[in-house]
Design a protein around this ligand. Structure first.
Ligand code: ADP
Ligand code: TYD
Length: 229
């Protein structure tokens, strides 16, 4: 497929998985691949992506709080991020690569913390209903889910960095988070691409690019000439 044959509309792609799954390792390479194809890329993350949302991120990752407070803060950060960064970038026809979005809330606050999924669903509808969304609810066009056993992720993270409030959680917490992701993927299979993330970096990259080439979003040539940065 030639670069010209790929889509040029705005694309909203989120990346999900438990801590240590390998998202950060691959997102920069994907941004470069899209840029090599002439696309403008907005590379962003949640919680965060705006000055206000980054302040909320610092609180969520650092300060003890109850699960409802935590859920309200991540959704407040998301609303600011969505209306000031994501929707305008999509309206300009850009590729938005977002390190985590609402599936993380269902997985971490819902699965990990055991918080009420119906309340999360209500907050999701409030926050992601935007005038610009084609349907009334803004969702990613694709969610790339890095799936791997929590034991493998923990081994990767050991000594890698100072743990935040989530990374410091026991293995059992991440088993519940992983189950939360699996439930979201099962409920919305068309939106999810599951990546077997317990493979080598090269194999993970191959799975990722195949996912994008299959959808006509990356050309085979660009994918073949790129890799994790
Ligand atoms: N396929 C892989 N095999 C082994 N180690 C990996 C792989 N992918 C990433 N890593 C390492 O695992 C750690 C966590 O990866 P990272 O990309 O930061 O995960 P995440 O952003 O999902 O938390 C890093 O030290 C990274 O170098
Ligand atoms: C977006 C989001 C993230 N989180 C958590 C998951 C992660 O542990 C943490 C930050 O995510 P992440 O940016 O992946 O962490 P890092 O930069 O250390 O790789 O926030 C939630 O609990 N709920 C959410 O809605």
């Amino acid at each position: 497929m030639s670069p010209e044959a790929t889509t040029s509309r705005g694309l909203f792609i989120s990346f999900e998985g438990i801590d240590g799954a390998g998202k950060s390792t691959h997102i920069d390479g994907l941004a470069k691949a899209f840029r090599d194809q002439g696309r403008t890329v907005t590379l962003t993350r949640e919680p965060g992506g705006t000055p206000l949302a980054e302040k909320l991120r610092t609180m969520v990752l650092g300060d003890p709080m109850d699960p409802l407070t935590e859920s309200l803060l991540v959704f407040a950060a998301r609303r600011d991020h969505l209306v000031t960064v994501i929707e305008p970038a999509l309206a300009r026809g850009e590729v938005v690569l977002c390190d985590r979005f609402t599936d993380a809330t269902f997985a971490y606050q819902g699965g990990g913390r055991g918080f009420d999924l119906q309340v999360l669903g209500t907050l999701e509808r409030w926050v992601q209903t935007t005038p610009a969304a084609e349907t009334s609810l803004r969702q990613p066009d694709l969610t790339v889910w890095f799936d791997l056993p929590p034991e493998t992720a923990a081994a990767r993270l050991a000594d890698a960095r100072t743990p935040d409030r989530f990374e410091a959680q026991p293995l059992e917490f991440f088993r519940r988070v992983a189950a939360g992701y699996a439930a979201r993927a099962e409920a919305q299979p068309a939106r999810f691409a599951r990546i077997q993330a317990d493979q080598t970096r090269h194999q993970v990259w191959q799975q990722l690019t195949a996912t994008f080439v299959r959808r006509g979003w990356l050309s085979i040539m660009v994918a073949a000439n790129s890799g994790p940065t």
